[in-house]
Design a protein around this ligand. Structure first.
Ligand code: GSH
Length: 130
């Protein structure tokens, strides 16, 4: 019980520290941002709110200015069952990617998710505005 309370407390601290130190969003011309917003509708981040690996991915999404829906997949949720049944593991973060042909990919591991997001959405430094 004490371990659980400590873990929850630490999780909340991480969420708070993240909120205090959110990175600056990159800027894009309106048309480019509209395309990104459209592309982001095919993505969902299965996560726990206070998981440090999930916070790392959410910070990256914030910085890249990609509005991906977060799905809370903590124990006892229907989302957790979907994650295990379709993704294969209960681990978060996991990015659900709906492909253009209708297929679905479940991408685990925060570093792999961040690499995917950079590949899809990163803007070269000299093009990124405010
Ligand atoms: N190497 C993984 C670690 C992810 C991880 O350990 N996630 C924890 C939550 S912080 C998890 O899903 N544990 C399974 C569980 O709690 O059921 C990553 O970088 O994404």
């Amino acid at each position: 019980m004490l371990v659980k309370a400590l873990r929850n407390g630490l999780g909340m601290l991480i969420v708070f520290a993240n909120w205090l130190t959110l990175p600056k969003k990159i800027g894009r011309p309106a048309e480019a941002q509209q395309k990104v917003d459209e592309q982001a509708r095919r993505l969902q981040l299965y996560q726990f709110r206070a998981c440090p690996f999930c916070v790392k991915v959410r910070r990256h999404l914030h910085r890249l200015n990609v509005p991906v829906a977060a799905v809370e997949a903590s124990a006892g949720t229907a989302a957790r069952e979907v994650l295990v049944a379709q993704g294969g593991k209960k681990q978060v973060p996991c990015l659900r990617i709906e492909q253009e042909d209708g297929g679905v990919q479940w991408l685990y591991e925060s570093s792999a998710i961040i690499a995917y997001l950079d590949e899809q959405f990163a803007v070269p430094a000299q093009q990124a505005g405010d």
